[in-house]
Design a protein around this ligand. Sequence first.
Ligand code: PBE
Length: 335
Amino acid sequence: MKKMNKFGLAASLSLGLVIAGCGNDTENEDNTNNAADNNNANVTEDNNANEENNAADDAENNNAEDGEAAGGDYGEELDYTITGIDAGAGVMSAAEEAVEVYELGDWTVQASSDAAMTQALADAYENEEPVIVTGWTPHWKFAEFDLKFLDDPENVFGEAEDIHTFVREGLSDDMPEAYEVLNNFQWSEDEMGEIMSAIQEGEDEEEAARAWVDENEDMVSEWTDGVDSVDGEEIELVFVAWDSEIASTNMIALVLEDLGYDVTMNPLEANFMFQAVSEGEADAMVAAWLPGTHEHLLEDYGDSMEDLGANLEGARTGLVVPEYMDIDSIEDLQQ
Ligand code: PBE
C-alpha cells in the first residue's frame, strides 16, 4: 500500500501553522499561573490548593451563578483558548460558530492538528488541569480519558452524524469490483475503535488495520462476497489524517488490496479531499461526515461525485472536556 502527498496537504498544513502561530498559546503557562495567583485573593488561604480547587472554590464563593463563575475562571486559566485541530475540519468551523452563537467574547479556537489536540488533552489530563478541545466520536480519546461533550442547547454542532463513502463519477463502470466493495462497506463505532486504539497503543497503522481485517473475516467477506478479484489495477483513496479516518482508510485499503488492487492512500486537507474525488483525481474516500460537519463541502463538490451512503452511523462532534471540569454546557463558557 502506497502513501503519497501529492497536492494540498503541505500548503494547507503550513496555513494551519500560521494560524496557530497567530494565537497566544505560547503564553499559556504564564497566564495560567497569573490566573491562579489572581484567584488567591478571593478564594482560600491555602497556598497548596491546586488550580482546580481554586476554580471550584471560586464557583462556590462567587456571587455569580456557579456555571458562569466556573466558565469565567477556566477562561483565564486557558487564556480563552479552545484547542482545535486542522483549520479545514468541519468541527473547527462549528466551534467558531459556537463562539459567535453563545457570545463567548474573548474565546478563540486555535488551529493545530488531531495529534496536537490529543497531546494537549493528555498533558492537561495528567495534571488534572482544564482543557477544552474540538472533539468527536468515534475517537480513541474517549476510551483513554474520562471525557464529556459540553451540552449544546443551540445545536450548533448538530445531531448525530453518519460517515459517508463517496466515489468519483464513472467508478462503477471503470472499477465495478472496487465500487461494489465500497458500496457494501459498513461497520460500527466499536469496530473502527478497535483499529484506532491499537494505533494509539503504538501499532503501525497498516499493521493495526491488517490485524483487524484478519480477525474480522466474516464481516469483510460480507463486503467482498461475490466480487471478482482484479489484477493490480491502481486505485487512489483520499483521506484526512484524523485518527478516525486513518483507521477506516487503512482498513478499506487493505480489503481492496486483498482483492488485487494496487492502492494508494493520499492524505489531504478536507476541502482537497472532496475536490479530488469530485474532479476524478482520486477514486474514493470514506470520510465525509454528514449531514452537518461537511455540509459546506458537499455544497461545493457534492454534485460531481457519487454518495454511496453511510459506512458508519452515530458519529458526533462538539466541544469536549475532561469529566473533572466543573462545566457541563457551552453556555457555561460565557463570561
Ligand atoms: N472530524 C473528524 C472531522 C470529520 C471527522 C470531526 C475532525 C471534521 O471536523 O471535519
